[in-house]
Design a protein around this ligand. Structure first.
Ligand code: MEV
Length: 320
C-alpha cells in the first residue's frame, strides 16, 4: 500500500509577537520554502495496533509507546484517537521529516503537529476541517509551549496570511502589493517557552511598562493590516523596525539579531525586526525586489547562517 503524505509550511510573524499572547493582534504569514512532511505507511503484517514512529530531526525511532507520554507526537496521535473514539490505529509507520529549522521561530513544532494530525485523519478515513486541525494542533502546542497564543497553528493550518487576535475569529488579510522579505537565521537555537516565560516575569514586575508596550505593538499590527490592504509597503517597513525596538525593550532580542537588523537597514532594507519568540532564531527584512539579492548577501556576510528570500503575493487589486 502506498504511503499517504501531508506537508505543512513554516511561518513567520510579520508583527505582534509576544504582545499577541496578551490579547493584542498580530500578523503571521506562511513560508512555503520550508515545510514539515508526515507520511504514513500501512503495515498490515505488523502486530495489531503497532505504530512505529521515525523522526530523524528529533532523534525519534521506535514504537509510539516508547515515547514519553508528553511527547508531542504521542499527544497528537492520542488526541486524534480520542476525537474519533478509536482504541488503536491500524498498524503503521509514521515518518516525519522537516526542512524547518527547529527552535528558530519558523513554526517547526506547529507545522509538525498540523501535518501529523492532517495525515492521521486521512489515514483513518475521518475528515477534519481546517479549523479542527488548527484546534488540535493548538492542544498539542499548549502541552509543550505553556501559554501559546494560537497564532502559529492558525497560520500554518490555514496556510494563508492572517490577522490574529486571541479569542476572536481569524481574519485573512488583504494584500494589495507583494511583500519581498528576507528571513535570516542567527543560527542560535532559542526556546519560545523561555522567551514567553521571561516576558511574563518582566510583565508581572512592571505591568504598566509592559501593558503599554503590548498596546503599542497591537497598534502596529492594526496599522500594518491597513497598509497591507492599501499597498503602502514603505510604511510597513517603518512599522516593522519600530516593532523591533519595542521587542528590544521587552528583552527578547539579542546582539546577533540586532546586528542583522542593523545591517539590513544600513544596506537599504525598508524595515527589519526579529520574528517569533526571539533570543536567537530568525529576523526578517522587508526589501525592494531589485535589492533583495544584494541585501541577502550583506546579511550572509554579516553572520547570518542561512537566509530565505520570499515574496508574499498580492491577493487583491488596488483601487487607483
Ligand atoms: C511565536 O511564534 C509567537 C509568540 O508570540 C508566542 C505565541 O504567540 O504563542 C512569541
Amino acid at each position: 500500500m502506498p504511503a499517504i503524505s501531508v506537508s505543512a509550511p513554516g511561518k513567520i510573524i510579520l508583527c505582534g509577537e509576544h504582545a499577541v499572547v496578551y490579547q493584542q493582534p498580530a500578523i503571521a504569514i506562511p513560508v512555503q520554502q520550508v515545510a514539515s512532511t508526515t507520511k504514513i505507511f500501512a503495515h498490515p503484517t505488523a502486530p495489531k495496533g503497532q505504530v512505529w514512529v521515525k523522526a530523524d530531526a528529533i532523534q525519534v525511532e521506535g514504537v509510539l509507546e516508547s515515547l514519553n507520554e508528553n511527547h508531542p507526537i504521542r499527544n497528537a496521535v492520542e488526541l486524534v484517537k480520542k476525537l474519533f473514539s478509536i482504541d488503536h490505529l491500524p498498524a503503521c509507520e509514521i515518518r516525519i521529516t522537516s526542512t524547518i529549522p527547529i527552535a528558530s521561530g519558523l513554526g517547526s513544532s506547529a507545522s509538525t503537529a498540523v501535518s501529523l494530525i492532517s495525515v492521521l485523519s486521512e489515514f483513518i478515513d475521518h475528515s477534519l476541517s481546517t479549523a479542527e486541525i488548527s484546534e488540535l494542533a493548538y492542544e498539542v502546542e499548549k502541552l509543550h509551549h505553556g501559554n501559546p497564543s494560537g497564532i502559529d497553528n492558525a497560520v500554518i493550518a490555514y496556510n494563508r496570511p492572517v490577522f490574529f487576535r486571541r479569542g476572536e475569529p481569524l481574519e485573512f488579510l488583504e494584500i494589495a502589493s507583494p511583500l519581498h522579505l528576507i528571513i535570516a537565521n542567527t543560527g542560535i537555537h532559542a526556546s519560545t517557552i523561555e522567551a514567553v516565560t521571561g516576558v511574563r516575569g518582566r510583565w508581572q514586575n512592571d505591568l504598566t511598562k509592559y501593558n503599554a508596550l503590548f498596546k503599542k505593538i497591537g497598534e502596529i499590527s492594526e496599522q500594518v493590516r491597513q497598509y497591507l490592504s492599501s499597498g503602502d509597503v514603505s510604511h510597513i517597513g517603518q512599522l516593522l523596525s519600530l516593532n523591533h525596538s519595542y521587542l528590544q525593550e521587552m528583552g527578547v532580542s539579542c546582539p546577533e539579531l540586532d546586528a542583522l537588523v542593523s545591517e539590513s537597514l544600513n544596506v537599504g532594507a525598508l524595515g527589519a525586526k526579529l520574528s517569533g519568540g526571539g533570543l536567537g532564531g530568525n529576523m526578517i527584512a522587508l526589501v525592494n525586489p531589485g535589492e533583495s539579492s544584494r541585501i541577502n548577501n550583506a546579511l550572509l556576510h554579516a553572520g547570518a547562517k542561512s537566509t530565505i528570500e520570499m515574496t508574499l503575493p498580492a491577493n487583491r487589486e488596488v483601487k487607483k
